[in-house]
Design a protein around this ligand. Structure first.
Ligand code: CA
Length: 229
């Protein structure tokens, strides 16, 4: 399961509260700094990721980002109302890894947090292996191997498979899967998830009717039943 320690630097209590609760629901441990000064004290501790608002009452987010980058490669997602391309490029130039423009959906932010942690390989195993190596999922290169052979999945299929495989035996609802992989829900998502699962099964199961990896739990969702090595 994807969890880790996250520092939110944000002076608007309403925003930090909601982001904190979304992240905690996903198993992350969250600390909030309401000022730049507090953030600079806290970032010396080990965090797996920082969510950084650019407009703070004392020190601006850009300065915090560059100070942190002098000694640490902790992933940073910048949070800001500044939406012009210039600002975005500037933020990324200062060493931020991703950029979310306000107003944003908390679910989308959580999805980006997970994606960034996955990309940077923090807090998660990099290769998941199941059923004595019959199925291998390489989290960083997004490659899937079945019995040693490369399987070609679309990036959406890969995210769905990974979402399930990260929590073997847990029943995940279609809504959970769509939130975790798309960052938002949309009309008709149930059928979309079902269609993706069908495709994934055709690619990774020997016999899709006798699934060894993805099981349908009627009325509830899907469950990954591969046995971790
Ligand atoms: Ca602010």
């Amino acid at each position: 399961m994807a969890n880790g320690k996250i520092l939110i630097v944000e002076d608007e209590r309403k925003i930090s509260d909601i982001v904190k609760s979304y992240l905690e629901r996903e198993g992350f441990s969250v600390t909030v700094a309401e000022t730049g000064e507090k953030a600079l004290q806290l970032i010396k501790k080990n965090f797996d990721l920082m969510i950084l608002d650019l407009m703070l009452p004392d020190i601006d987010g850009e300065s915090i980002c560059s100070s942190l980058r002098e000694y640490s490669d902790t992933p940073i997602i910048m949070l800001t109302a500044k939406s012009s391309e210039d600002q975005r490029v500037k933020g990324l130039g200062l060493g931020a890894d991703d950029y979310v423009v306000k107003p944003f959906s908390p679910r989308e932010l959580v999805a980006r947090v997970k994606a960034l942690l996955r990309r940077t390989g923090k807090g998660e195993k990099k290769i998941l292996s199941f059923n004595k190596g019959a199925l291998k999922i390489d989290v960083l290169s997004m490659e899937v191997r079945k019995g040693g052979e490369n399987i070609s999945l679309t990036s959406t299929e890969f995210r769905i498979l990974l979402c399930l495989a990260e929590r073997p035996q847990a029943v995940l609802s279609r809504l959970h899967i769509v939130n975790a992989t798309h960052g938002y829900d949309f009309e008709g998502y149930e059928r979309v998830i079902d269609a993706h699962i069908k495709n994934i099964r055709h690619k990774i199961e020997d016999d899709p009717r006798k699934a060894l990896f993805i099981k349908t739990v009627y009325g509830a969702g899907y469950k990954f039943i591969g046995i971790p090595d």
